[in-house]
Write a new protein. Structure first.
Length: 364
């Protein structure tokens, strides 16, 4: 027997997951105009249902792609990655976020630029714990709009802004904003065209925060910037995972000494990736000798330099024409906490990474 819905706001909109919630959502859509008129007459605040559907109706788009009401998943999270949203759908989603009580929001790969982020950020729930906005088009101008949300009293613990072309300007603004936000534990700024000019700001942020995981791979930090960041990491009592791979920080004795000092002095690090950083043979030997004095790092990646990690965890220095052979390195591999995600197809990386990592191979 079909349940009849009255032409008024439902008494509770907390249930946004399941077949019954979806069915109720679309029944609500059929009565949208009458519900809006009744809300205006009785001065009732519009629900999440009404807010989203009204915006969809105004933009002449289907509400199914907005994704706040769904068949499966969790009620406290929004996962809309790779949806390729445009401005219209993001506008409708923004209306829904005003009323949503969620802790996780994943909007990766949705063509979000500085204009759409300026529209979204005022409506991000203050209850958010995890936010992933990777693979968008935010840029430095987008961070200017985003920092107003970050300056408020929010509960955010994880922030992923990788592959957003932040550049040094956006990174500097972000570091300044996060200086006063001590809750963030996981920060990902990889693939953002960050150079050594941002290293001072990143170092200051690392020293002032309580980060547990920091990802800066595939930037342009170079030797001087690498030295600044490695020096900032040395006294840290919270950072357990960091990734500085593919940043060309090798080739300088100063950056190598900073790395050796970090390995020797820091007793909290567990997982590190320094692959593809152009460390010379001499520098690789120094790192190899220093690793013997560390008993806390269980995962160390060094492929693409003059050496690889064996099954015991020792850095085996290699010389010769094929010492820095990149053929068995998949650039899509990345460390993430205690997992190695392999996004590439198997035919792109038929040979596994030669670095032996106890964490990535599931021993810890």
């Amino acid at each position: 027997m079909e349940v009849e819905y009255p032409d008024r706001e439902p008494s509770c909109n907390n249930n946004l997951v399941g077949a019954q919630a979806v069915a109720g959502f679309y029944r609500h859509y059929k009565r949208l105009e009458r519900i809006k008129d009744q809300n205006a007459t009785e001065k009732i605040r519009s629900s999440l249902y009404t807010s989203v559907l009204d915006k969809c109706n105004e933009q002449k788009i289907l509400p199914s792609k907005v994704g706040l009401v769904k068949y499966d998943g969790k009620a406290d999270e929004v996962r809309l990655g790779h949806s390729r949203y445009g401005r219209k759908y993001l506008s409708a989603l923004s209306e829904g976020l005003k009323e949503a009580n969620i802790t996780s929001c994943h909007l990766n790969s949705n063509r979000i630029n500085h204009q759409t982020l300026e529209m979204l950020s005022p409506n991000f729930p203050r209850s958010l714990v995890s936010m992933r906005l990777q693979n968008n088009e935010i840029g430095g101008r987008g961070i200017e709009a985003f920092h107003r949300f970050l300056k408020e009293d929010i509960k955010l613990v994880e922030l992923d802004l990788s592959n957003n072309n932040l550049t040094d300007a956006g990174t500097t603004t972000l570091c300044s904003t996060l200086q006063n936000h001590q809750r963030i534990r996981i920060l990902n700024l990889s693939r953002n065209c960050i150079t050594c000019r941002s290293a001072v700001h990143l170092s200051s942020l690392i020293q002032s925060g309580s980060f547990e995981e920091i990802y800066l791979q595939w930037n342009r930090i170079r030797c001087h910037g690498g030295k600044e960041i490695l020096t900032a990491l040395t006294p840290s009592l919270s950072v357990r995972v960091f990734d500085l791979s593919w940043n060309m920080i090798g080739g300088s004795i100063e950056s190598c000494e900073a790395l050796c000092n970090l390995i020797r002095s820091n007793s909290e690090l567990v997982h590190c990736d320094l692959s593809g950083n152009s460390f010379t043979v001499e520098e690789s030997r120094l790192v190899s000798e220093t690793l013997h004095h560390n008993s806390t790092i269980y995962g160390f990646h060094f492929k693409g330099n003059f050496g690889h990690i064996d099954s015991i965890g020792n850095l085996i220095v290699e010389e010769g024409a094929y010492a820095r052979d990149y053929r068995d390195v998949c650039i899509h591999n990345k460390i993430e906490s205690c997992q190695l995600r392999q996004h590439a197809r198997k035919d792109l990386c038929e040979t596994p990474l030669r670095d032996c990592c106890w964490i990535c191979e599931g021993w810890l």
